[in-house]
Design a protein around this ligand. Structure first.
Ligand SMILES: *Cc1c(COP(=O)(O)O)cnc(C)c1O
Length: 398
């Protein structure tokens, strides 16, 4: 037998973390890494944050899980707190981002079903998007590498280029339910939607009775310096998915909706055994205790600006390597010039300079630090990045 006990779907690297301390990861041999990957934008409070850890420990000892057959004081409290701080009127809790996407798709389809327009089921999504790995989510994701071999896909999706309002409008027909779009694309290359694009999609939805679904699984929860990225654009969605930072490392996601958009989601239409269990709710509540403290988002904005300007200073010294900087807040991406390859540069920073970042599409590498970094972490990142850029030699045959 040659298959590994862990299904070999990930090309795992040689970093084998066994402990985390704030913004650092410690590997099996005791080596330390500056963690500017943060579990792919998950560990918003870094590793071992005392408030989050304590909340999980105490809840685990009190009541871990009961099923959704019973009343949920913990779920009601967290949902209320989320609702009080954003556009939404109601929340469905999941265990992951992809499940939140499934709930969003189902919510949109049910909306038109109960509105007496069951033909309006089609959702327009965008090239380079990433929405997750379930059948619904890969059907919404126009990327062959995630879809090949898994056909037939779920029908009812159409794809337009990102930030191209005309192209999106051209796909709208009498079967269209709405748009689903990342406010800032993560996996695809850290491209922020332009204001004209997001505001234009909102306007089309308003004019045609369509639903705007935002996927803020990566860019939400403080990552861009606002609680949610849509706040930068002066619009609100009808439905929104969140995950990653919402649990700070505890598996948690959510589908948020307005009362109107959720009107088809009545008793029996959806469910999850684990979704929103007391342990997950304790983690979600602890994250908000910290994030909703005055000054938290301002800190993210300040650190994001500082990091961006540090990158901008560094870039001219490595003109052959760095092409441009993208993203918002502490969701930053740097596009590399060929022959440099982002995946390869990420490995170089990791293996030779102890700096963890994440590769993305369009030859971009992502810098996604914990939101609680301070200036010393930024300085250390810049030092390692600058050394890494100097010592990097692109593989000529890559
Ligand atoms: C990570 C991600 C997902 C999928 O979340 P999972 O928890 O891996 O299922 C969906 N959309 C976006 C924008 C993401 O970044």
């Amino acid at each position: 037998m040659s298959i590994t006990p862990l299904m070999p779907v990930y090309p795992r690297c040689d970093v084998r973390p066994v402990r985390g301390e704030g913004c650092y990861l410690i590997g099996e041999r005791g080596e330390r890494y500056l963690d500017f990957a943060a579990g792919i934008a998950v560990n918003a409070l870094g590793h071992g944050h005392p408030h989050l850890t304590k909340a999980i420990q105490e809840q685990a000892a009190t009541l871990m899980h009961v099923s959704n057959l019973y009343g949920s004081p913990q779920g009601e409290a967290l949902a209320q707190r989320i609702v009080d701080n954003c556009f939404a009127d109601t929340v469905f809790f999941t265990n992951s981002g992809a499940e939140a996407i499934e709930c969003a798709i189902k919510t949109a389809r049910r909306y038109f079903y109960v509105n007496g327009q069951p033909k309006r089921h089609k959702i327009i999504t965008f090239n380079n998007a990433f929405h997750g790995r379930t059948m619904g989510a890969i059907s919404a994701t126009n990327q062959p590498k995630m879809r090949d071999g898994f056909e037939p896909l779920v029908p009812g999706f159409a794809y337009a280029p990102f930030n191209d309002l005309e192209a999106a409008l051209a796909l709208v027909d009498d079967e269209t339910a709405g748009f689903m779009v990342e406010t800032v694309q993560g996996e695809g290359g850290m491209t922020a939607a332009t204001p004209e694009f997001i505001q234009g999609l909102r306007k089309i939805c308003d004019e045609r009775g369509m639903l705007l679904i935002l996927d803020e699984i990566q860019c939400g929860y403080g990552r861009t310096g606002k609680f949610f990225a849509y706040e930068h654009y002066g619009i609100t969605p009808d439905i929104m998915t969140v995950a990653k930072g919402i649990g700070g490392g505890f598996p948690l996601g959510a589908c948020l909706a307005t009362e109107e958009a959720a009107k088809g989601m009545v008793f029996g239409t959806h469910g999850s055994t684990y979704g929103g269990n007391p342990l997950a709710m304790a983690a979600g509540m602890a994250i908000l205790d910290v994030m909703l403290e005055p000054g938290f988002f301002e800190h993210v904005t300040a650190m994001g600006e500082r990091m961006r300007s540090a990158f901008e200073q560094l870039m001219p010294n490595h003109d052959h390597l760095f092409e441009e900087i993208r993203g918002k807040g502490l969701m930053l991406g740097i596009k590399l010039k060929e022959p440099a390859v982002s995946r390869d540069f990420v490995a170089h920073l990791r293996d030779n300079h102890g700096l963890l970042t994440v590769a993305a599409g369009e030859n971009v590498f992502r810098v996604l630090p914990p939101l609680v970094i301070d200036e010393s972490h930024i300085a250390e990142c810049m030092e390692r990045l600058s050394e890494g850029a100097r010592s990097y030699a692109p593989l000529s045959d890559d």
